[in-house]
Design a binder for this molecule. Structure first.
Ligand SMILES: Cc1cc2nc3c(=O)[nH]c(=O)nc-3n(C[C@H](O)[C@H](O)[C@H](O)COP(=O)(O)O)c2cc1C
Length: 338
């Protein structure tokens, strides 16, 4: 038995060595392609075990990893399946998660089951989600109690308000703001007893807006930065005659730029979710390490595709992500911007 094992082992080794010879010529790198964001420090590293964690505080809870599943879907049949998969992952691996827009719940409970994910998440941070236009509408009609009830019904830890003026403008059936989002948020915060955060949906936020948000009693800010899924672009694909509006798709701020702006501002006790265009672990790791304030790495679309397939596909994706994140933490130091 032992001999057979040794034999198959040596056959495997020989095969590997032969494939190394074949692949070596295809595996050349050049100095130009180096990722110069990091110092690579192999001397202090051991491969992460399956139980290794990166405990991170967020919304008064300790997450096992600094990862946030950014607000996505709701209001469709498929949403219940996707949300169940996402929230089960968040519960099992102690992550945080944002619901997609809970607007349907302001009017009726018909779609409540798509949003009731608390039972899959334990007490992990969960944020309900509403567009700024609906918050404005509720304020102007003195119906903010509908929002408070919605947060209660979803058993959320708080509310994420999404700020999306360009998306609304390009959306054929989009809402129009009659007061500024800053005014809406200020008025809403006068009458609220749970944590409130604000995010964009793919354009990011400029320095003046960040500064104004930092001056408010918000719990935190999610970037929703430029460089990933962009809802202004998405609406322009749905709309007709967008020639005049189309150039607006390309304005905004990357997560990298927003980290630089925030690091130069007094942020107080706010918490952040760095999201929008975080396409791989190294992007997220670099920005989390650069931001001087407490932050999670948030992703939406990268989680969506495996979550649509099955829980197993999602878990498999997450386990690879987790291992890569812990490997980055063990091996790489982020260089200072020059
Ligand atoms: C299918 C889908 C639905 C989304 N729905 C919402 C939503 O209802 N509310 C919201 O604030 N953001 C929503 N977003 C935006 C994301 O939260 C995130 O800000 C944006 O996708 C950028 O992240 P990404 O580049 O990792 O995808 C949605 C994104 C996707 C892909």
């Amino acid at each position: 038995m032992e001999t057979r094992k040794n034999l198959s082992h040596s056959a495997e080794l020989a095969e590997r060595k032969s494939s190394h010879i074949e692949l070596a010529s295809l595996s050349q790198t050049s100095g130009d392609g180096i990722d110069s964001r990091f110092d690579y420090e192999p001397l202090f590293f051991s491969h992460p075990s399956s139980t290794e964690k990166w405990p991170t505080e967020f919304l008064s809870r300790t997450l096992d990893y600094p990862l946030w599943i950014s607000s996505m879907t709701g209001g469709t049949e498929k949403a219940a399946f996707i949300n169940k998969n996402l929230s089960t992952l968040a519960g099992k691996y102690k992550l945080g998660m944002g619901l997609g827009s809970c607007r349907p719940l302001l009017e009726t409970d018909a779609r409540l089951s798509e949003f009731t994910v608390r039972k899959f998440m334990g007490d992990q941070p969960l944020l309900a989600n509403l567009g700024i236009a609906q918050v404005e509408e509720c304020i102007l009609s003195s119906k903010t109690s509908l929002i408070h009830e919605m947060v209660k019904k979803t058993e959320a830890s708080g509310l994420m308000i999404h700020l999306n003026p360009l998306q609304e403008w390009l959306q054929p059936e989009g809402d129009r703001f009659t007061i500024s989002p800053l005014e809406t948020i200020k008025r809403f915060l006068d009458d609220v007893s749970y944590p409130v955060l604000v995010k964009e949906v793919g354009q990011g936020l400029g320095p003046k807006s960040l500064k104004a948000l930092l001056s408010l009693p918000l719990h935190g800010i999610e970037f929703g930065a430029y460089g990933g899924t962009n809802f202004t672009k998405l609406e322009s694909l749905r709309a007709r005659d967008t020639q005049v509006k189309e150039p607006f798709i390309h304005v905004g701020h990357t997560a990298h730029e927003m980290v630089g702006v925030l690091n130069a501002l007094p942020v107080g006790k706010k918490e952040f979710i760095i999201s929008g265009g975080i396409k791989n672990v190294l992007d997220g790791y670099e920005l989390k390490m650069k931001l001087k304030s407490p932050a999670l790495i948030g992703m939406a679309s990268p989680f969506l595709h495996p979550a649509m397939e099955s829980f197993e596909a999602l878990e498999n994706y997450f386990l690879n992500l987790r291992e890569a994140l812990l490997t980055a933490r063990g091996l790489l130091s982020v260089k200072e911007d020059k």
